[in-house]
Design a protein around this ligand. Structure first.
Ligand code: BES
Ligand code: MN
Length: 464
C-alpha cells in the first residue's frame, strides 16, 4: 500500500494537469449545442482509462454516452480456489451544469485557472475532480503493480445533471456485468477539509415547468392593461401560494408519509460544524429563512422544499417596454425526503396548480425529471470501512451527514443492482457547485485520491 500512496504523492502535478484537461471540455448536458463536447469529453475519458490499463468502452445511449471501465480481472490462485472476489461499482458523471451567467466568472469557465490551492472551472468539483480522484487511485495500483483486493467497474455518465434519463435502462440491460457488492460515489460534500464525511441520506427531486398563457400576443399595456389579467402577475400569485409564511410547502398532501428525523439524528446533525452568523455571511443574505421548527442544517438536508429555479416573462432587454406579456413561465423543483416519491408529488402539484389557477389565464404544466430520496444505514460494516478510509486519508475524524442535493440514480442502483451506495463526497461548501466560479480544492483532490486508494482493502475485508 505504501508504494501506492507514494505514487499518488509523486505524480500530483501531472494529476492536476490532467484535471485541467478534463475540465476544459464544456460538457453541458442541458444545452443541445454542447452535444459534440460531451462526445469529445467521453472520448478523452475513454482514452485516459485505457492508458491507465483499464478495460474501457463507451456505450452509446439515446442521450450522451456512458463510459464503462473495468480493472483487469486477475485469475489469481484465490479466484481459482473458488473464493469470490468482491466487486464494486464507482459511479461519477462527466457532464456539468450550464456555466451562465458567464460575466460573473473571474476567468472563463472552461479554461482551468489555478489560484492558490484551488482549481477554478465549471465541473471542477461537480463532478470531474471527484471522479478523476478515484481513477487516479486505481492508476496508482495498476502502475505500481499492486494487486487490487477487489474488482472495480467505473460507470461515468453524461446525463446526471439532467436527471440520468438513460442510465436506469442501461443498468437493467447490463445487470449481470454490473452486479456488485456496493456502489461508491464521490459527488457530495463535506463540511470543511478537517471534516471528511460519509453521507447517508440524499434528498429526492421532482421537477416541473409551468406556463401561464394570457392574450394571444404581447399587448400595449396602456391601451389594454386593466381589462385583462396579466400572465406574469397571475404566475407570481400562483407561485406565492405554494409556500406559507412558516416556510412550509402549502400543497395539501405534500407532507404525507414524510419520515420525521429521529431525536438521535437531530443530535448528530447538531454536532456538525456550523454557526448561524457564518452561514448567513457565506450566503450573502440579510437574514436566513426556512421551515420553522428546524435548524438550518435540518432545513437544507432533511426537509422537503419548493424552489423556483427560473422565472421568465415579458421584456428583459434594456430600458422599458410597456406590454402585457402573452405568457409567463417558471421552472420549479421540489426537494423530497424519505417517504416522498416524485411519482406521487409531480401529479399532486400539477393538480393543485390547476385547481388554484384563476379562469382569466390558461395554465400549462409540463412534468420534468424526478429522483427518489435515499437513506441508508450509516452503521453497516461497509460504512464503517469507508469511515476508516476517510480517517486514514484525511488524518481527521470523519462525520456522518445527510445532504440536501440529489443523485437520482442512487435508488436505481439499489432497485436494479440490489446494491447500497457509499457517498464519500470531496466538495467543500464554498466550491460553488452550480454557481459562477466553481472550484475544486487541490487538497481535497489529493486526499480524495488517498481515500480512494485506502478504501478498497477496507471494503474488501468486510466480506460479501
Ligand atoms: N453532485 C450533485 C449532488 C449533490 C451535491 C448531492 C452536493 C449532495 C451534495 C449532483 O451533481 C447534482 O447537482 N444533482 C442534481 C440532480 C438533478 C439535476 C436531478 C441536483 O441535486 O440538483
Ligand atoms: Mn451537480
Amino acid at each position: 500500500m505504501q508504494n501506492v500512496l507514494n505514487y499518488l504523492t509523486e505524480h500530483q502535478p501531472r494529476f492536476v494537469r490532467e484535471l485541467c484537461d478534463y475540465v476544459r471540455f464544456p460538457s453541458v448536458s442541458a444545452q443541445p449545442q454542447h452535444k459534440n463536447d460531451l462526445a469529445a469529453c467521453a472520448q478523452w475519458l475513454l482514452q485516459h482509462c485505457r492508458s491507465l490499463g483499464l478495460d474501457a468502452r463507451l456505450c452509446p445511449t439515446a442521450g450522451h454516452p456512458i463510459l464503462i471501465a473495468k480493472t483487469p480481472r486477475p485469475k489469481s490462485a484465490k479466484a481459482k480456489a473458488g473464493k469470490r472476489r468482491q466487486h464494486f461499482v464507482v459511479y461519477g458523471h462527466y457532464d456539468v451544469q450550464p456555466a451562465e451567467p458567464f460575466e460573473l466568472w473571474k476567468s472563463p469557465p472552461f479554461e482551468a485557472r489555478i489560484e492558490g490551492r484551488s482549481l477554478f472551472a465549471r465541473g471542477a468539483c461537480d463532478n470531474k475532480g471527484q471522479n478523476l480522484a478515484h481513477l487516479k487511485a486505481v492508476e496508482a495500483y495498476l502502475k505500481t503493480g499492486t494487486e487490487l483486493p477487489c474488482d472495480l467497474t467505473f460507470v461515468i455518465e453524461g446525463e446526471e445533471e439532467v436527471g440520468s434519463s438513460h442510465l436506469a435502462e442501461f443498468l437493467k440491460k447490463n445487470r449481470a456485468e454490473l452486479r456488485c457488492d456496493a456502489v461508491v460515489i464521490s459527488d457530495t460534500g463535506m463540511p470543511d477539509i478537517n471534516h471528511p464525511a460519509l453521507t447517508y441520506a440524499l434528498r429526492g427531486i421532482a421537477a416541473l415547468e409551468i406556463k401561464v398563457h394570457g392574450p394571444s400576443r404581447d399587448l400595449h399595456s396602456g391601451l389594454f392593461g386593466g381589462s385583462l389579467d396579466n400572465p406574469a402577475m397571475a404566475l407570481c400569485q400562483l407561485l406565492a401560494k405554494l409556500r406559507d409564511k412558516n416556510g412550509r410547502v402549502a400543497i395539501p398532501g405534500f407532507y404525507d408519509g414524510v419520515i420525521p428525523l429521529s431525536a438521535y439524528e437531530r443530535k448528530q446533525l447538531a454536532r456538525l460544524p456550523f454557526t448561524e452568523s457564518g452561514y448567513k455571511k457565506f450566503l450573502g443574505v440579510p437574514q436566513l429563512f426556512g421551515e420553522r421548527g428546524f435548524t438550518s442544517i435540518e432545513q437544507r438536508t432533511s426537509r422537503p422544499t419548493v424552489e423556483i429555479n427560473g422565472l421568465t416573462s415579458g421584456y428583459q432587454g434594456a430600458g422599458s417596454k410597456t406590454i402585457v406579456p402573452a405568457w409567463a413561465s417558471a421552472k420549479l423543483t421540489f426537494r423530497l425526503v424519505p417517504g416522498q416519491q416524485p411519482q406521487r408529488i409531480i401529479p399532486l402539484v400539477a393538480r393543485h396548480l390547476k385547481k388554484i389557477c384563476p379562469p382569466t389565464v390558461r395554465l400549462e404544466v409540463t412534468s420534468g425529471h424526478g429522483g427518489e430520496p435515499y437513506l441508508v444505514s450509516p452503521t453497516s460494516a461497509r460504512a464503517q470501512a469507508a469511515l476508516r478510509a476517510l480517517k486514514a486519508a484525511f488524518q481527521r475524524e470523519p462525520v456522518l451527514m445527510r445532504e440536501g442535493g440529489s443523485i437520482p440514480i442512487v435508488t436505481d442502483f439499489k432497485k436494479i443492482l440490489g446494491a447500497d451506495t457509499l457517498l464519500l463526497g470531496l466538495a467543500l461548501p464554498d466550491d460553488n457547485a452550480h454557481s459562477p466560479n466553481e472550484k475544486f480544492d487541490l487538497g481535497c483532490f489529493e486526499k480524495g485520491m488517498r481515500m480512494g486508494a485506502l478504501l478498497w482493502p477496507e471494503l474488501a475485508a468486510c466480506g460479501g
